[in-house]
Design a protein around this ligand. Structure first.
Ligand SMILES: NC(=O)c1ccc[n+]([C@@H]2O[C@H](COP(=O)([O-])OP(=O)(O)OC[C@H]3O[C@@H](n4cnc5c(N)ncnc54)[C@H](OP(=O)(O)O)[C@@H]3O)[C@@H](O)[C@H]2O)c1
Length: 317
């Protein structure tokens, strides 16, 4: 049975959820479970129910946290976006085994959207994902970190099985627009395929203009880039002031105004409330132009648009 497509406006990313050591070392701070649970409650109040997950997020802790908290908050209304990450070449039933563990974490019998996380052994992995779709364990199929040729191949394989390609989930932000410039985004639009952007806040670089000195792995990379971004921050602050919103909301609204679904790493109630509000902000063509101009001038970059290409395994000969 084909599922009615899901309309998604914004997504809560969970990569930063997890234990104390991971939070402090990689994310620069730890956020208590009770605060994350409160953020989920706030998100539900604001009408945000979609969570982006993967087995390795939060060093393997995020999925179980989500499952436990969602169950406490009533379970069913939550929309789960989960992934199969092919760290190795395809092995029979590898997707099935991984999904079974996911479903146990989520305390659910299905996921709403299931993404092939990397374009390794596309034919074999998608064939198994299609089987799981037919068994009702997956309601929609997406692909992540795929280039245009890989997207076209995936769509063809799914078309042959009579299943629509739900979406493409790639890196995109105000300062990383290559998927727009190389035609992938237009192809998605032309084919009615949703485009989800991960790291629209560039791991925090598009949230706070002040260069922070506190050490974390992320901030070590970000701080050097931030110095290039004074003009972009100036424009973002001006737009934020005029609209009565915050700087991160400008980055989120920018994506929404492009028809892109933003995935934002939120751990706090205020962050989800801001995301819910940003979705409703209509930027003018002039504001969009000024933001793009300042972003292009900065030359700043944290994550490449094709960051995970190194992890894609070559075809077996
Ligand atoms: N498909 C893929 O290959 C892939 C790859 C990477 C990520 N993702 C998905 O994309 C999600 C987003 O990526 P991310 O979490 O790494 O980075 P992100 O969303 O670009 O940035 C997260 C950072 O922004 C901060 N933040 C969030 N909302 C804010 C607000 N309203 N005001 C101020 N600061 C705010 C967070 O602060 P705190 O430090 O306070 O939390 C955190 O430092 C991930 O969680 C994951 O679900 C997918």
């Amino acid at each position: 049975m084909m599922m009615e497509t899901i309309k998604v406006q914004a997504v809560i990313g969970t990569n930063s959820w997890g234990g104390k050591a991971y939070g402090k070392a990689v994310r620069g701070s730890y956020v208590a479970d009770s605060v994350i649970k409160e953020a989920m409650r706030e998100a539900a109040d604001q009408g945000l129910f979609v969570y982006d997950l993967a087995r390795d997020y939060g060093l393997g802790k995020a999925q179980k946290m989500f499952g436990d908290f969602a169950a406490e908050l009533g379970g069913e209304p939550f929309i789960i976006s989960a992934k199969y990450t092919p760290f190795t070449h395809y092995k029979k039933n590898c997707v099935r085994k991984s999904l079974e563990k996911d479903l146990a974490d989520f305390q659910r019998s299905y996921v709403d959207i299931y993404w092939l996380h990397l374009p390794t052994d596309i034919e074999q992995h998608l064939a198994e994902i299609i089987e799981l779709y037919h068994e009702g364990k997956i309601r929609h199929i997406g692909i992540s970190n795929f280039d245009l040729a890989e997207c076209k191949l995936s769509k063809r394989l799914l078309d042959q099985a009579g299943i629509p390609l739900y979406g493409v989930q790639n890196h995109y932000s105000l300062i990383s627009r290559e998927w727009e410039q190389n035609g992938l985004l237009d192809w998605c639009r032309e084919n009615g395929i949703s485009f989800w952007a991960w790291a629209v806040l560039e791991e925090g670089m598009l949230t706070d203009p002040r260069v922070r000195t506190k050490f974390s792995l992320m901030k070590f990379f970000m701080n050097r880039q931030k110095r290039k971004m004074h003009e972009l921050y100036r424009v973002m602050i001006a737009v934020a002031k005029r609209r009565g919103i915050t700087v991160p909301q400008v980055a989120e609204a920018y994506c929404v105004n492009k028809g892109i679904v933003p995935i934002c790493g939120c751990r706090k109630p205020k962050q989800v409330a801001e995301l819910a509000e940003a979705v409703r902000v209509k930027l003018t063509a002039e504001e969009m132009r000024r933001l793009e101009e300042a972003a292009a001038m900065s030359g700043a970059k944290v994550l490449g648009h094709d960051l995970f290409r190194f992890a894609v395994l070559k075809k077996r000969s």
